[in-house]
Ligand binder design. Sequence first.
Ligand code: CS2
Length: 488
Amino acid sequence: MDRLTAKTQASGAARLPDYAPEDRGCGIVHLGLGAFHKAHQAVYTDDALARDGGDWRVIGVSLRRPNAANELTPQDGRYTLIESGAEGTAFRVIGSIARALTLQDDRLAVLDALTSPQTRIVSTTVTEKAYGIDRETGGVSPAHPAIAKDLANPDAPQSVVGLIAWALKQRKSLGVPAFTVLCCDNLPENGRMLRAVVLDYTRRAFPEVAAHITTDVAFPSTMVDRITPAASDETRDQVRKKLGFEDHAAIEAESFRQWVIEDSFPMGRPKWEAGGAVFVDDVEPYEQMKLRMLNGTHSMLAYSGFLAGHRYVRDVMQDDALTVLVRRHLEAAAGTLRPLPAVDFGDYAASLEMRFRNPHLAHETYQIAMDGTEKLPQRVVGPALEVMNGSKDPSPFAFAVAAWMRYVLGVDEAGTAYDIRDPRQEDIVRRLAGRTETADIVEQLLAMDEVFPGELAQCRAWRHLVTGYLHIMLSEGMRAAIKREAER
Ligand code: CS2
């Protein structure tokens, strides 16, 4: 069977790019060429190129996975996106990625792209842990392994922050205007966050350009949303069967997608409105809504669902008791939000429930469960702290945190060990070694100050709630804990 390339002809079931991608130049370097970028920003860019033209194709850079480039390069950057929702399933070939590079193997080409005058935007989806944020100071964490390496040798950058700072310094010395930095990870005020981290890093590594970053570089914040399970053999099989070609880079996502962006692009931008992106002055309330309602509930259902034996999110939504907790978490998270004039949080919650139910998506609870120490602060701990200081019920947040604590024990209820996949895994294992008492486990984990601010860790009522839930999870099992909580 032939492999998908730029020459592949329409085959009925797939929609091909309705423009000539190769006629367009590049304008974006994207760091973190994973499934989410391919299902989200690359699709909006594809729509913008089709509708409005412009030299805005993407040079995608994989910082970790060499296979992203191996999958895409022989296919001229083309890949199939399978979009599934209530209205059915659609197949679409995306043409916006011009080149796929790997930092390790194509270092010079990556540095060249970052300093090229054609590059006007550098966007990122590298996951929360890759930025090396020090959550207490808001600056960079010099102890983060990749940041530490780069600070020791800033002219040979490896980390995302090191690369951006180095490129901005080079451009300045070459007289090339700065690119706009567009963070597309699930972090609150992600643009402002990345700006603070890059600025702090630059002050340490290249103090002479710190002022340039302060005055000349835009870091718009964005809220990005599209549920995108990791691609599997089944994804590629579907393409083979439906479209009759091999596509090693095929991905699947829900049909829903949303992108809310601050319109601050001094060097221009694609007309992402063509794909439905919305430009606003202040993204923060949208980000809070999405992080606390969608992602917070996702984390809660991932930890509890995984331990209750539910492999996929859609299975969680078949569990009536857990569905009660999903609804309760959505409501509790909504209760912490500032009103957004254009949005009814009740409707948003109902739409999220529908999306979680999507029967076409094989979205693993284990996938969502990874990197908990990087995700919980903005998803669950932040709202918990606000609620503990107010009069609302903190139980849903405490239940979610207890489920995470149960999860990081790393052994399921049948006694089978699993990898908890967290950047602070070593610290967690060290803290928990030899601890069997629930109260000890809670104390050890709440003492992780990168995750739990002291104010919450010291709060007796909070500790009591979390300990109570974890105790039931450990003594009676997760299913019983879910059931008891749902009946409460
Ligand atoms: C999920 C997100 O894996 C996770 O942590 O909560 O990837 C979620 O699917 C996306 O943010 C949806 O936009």
